[in-house]
Write a protein that binds this ligand. Sequence first.
Ligand SMILES: [Zn+2]
Ligand SMILES: [Zn+2]
Length: 260
Amino acid sequence: MKSKLRFSVLASGSSGNACYIETDTTSILVDAGLSCRETRKRLDKVGISSPRLDALIVTHEHSDHIKGAGPVARYFDIPVFINNKTLQKKSLGKLKKPVIIQTGQTITINDLTIETFTKCHDAVDPIGLTVSVNGTKLGIVTDLGRVTNLAKDKLQGCKALIVEFNHDPKMLDNGPYPWYLKRRIKGPDGHLSNEQGMELIRSVYNDGLDHIVLAHLSKENNQPEIAFSAATEVIKECRLSSTSVMVSSQDKPTPLITLT
Ligand SMILES: [Zn+2]
Ligand SMILES: [Zn+2]
């Protein structure tokens, strides 16, 4: 039997991001923005009680994505796939087994094929990625200020998408953030609004898109209900009657989702 892809967004938001992905033979983590203890706790919650990871992939150096990278890599004794510019950032500390990748490179980890691509975000060399096994593809795009043609191109044919729905523009405008922060978030290297997340779905959806997980929601400038109804609107518009929409959370993991 062919190995299936399963994943859980363990945490998502500006206080910490981590995504667990597994097949029958391979398990990886994309970003480690939780402490090692909290990562293990959340894995346990989704039913992975004695986790055995094969690798950690780091998308960029912002602390909400790397806070736990050193401890997680040491605890599981795993290589960290990372590009050179990101590795050079002081905030990252020492990693025992870095595997330097080039942005744009396709990585193979056992039965997983991981395509990386550059994205627009205010980090030194941020990457978006897709993870595939036997032609089943999961796309992961959070922390980007705009939807480029490259991102649209790479995300074609996904069976599941983890996509940023960071803020509601009106809530951001009227919210408590100082103007420079509002400008950063809205800017071309900031974060996707609900509308931009909708635009992304519109440009990459296909009949086989079974799961959409909304990610990196701002606590101050968005509400899960607003993001959810925006995504529901777009899947109706695209006539995706069987696509499930889920909102990921900062405080608890999503269930383990199996791509069939
Ligand atoms: Zn982030
Ligand atoms: Zn970021």
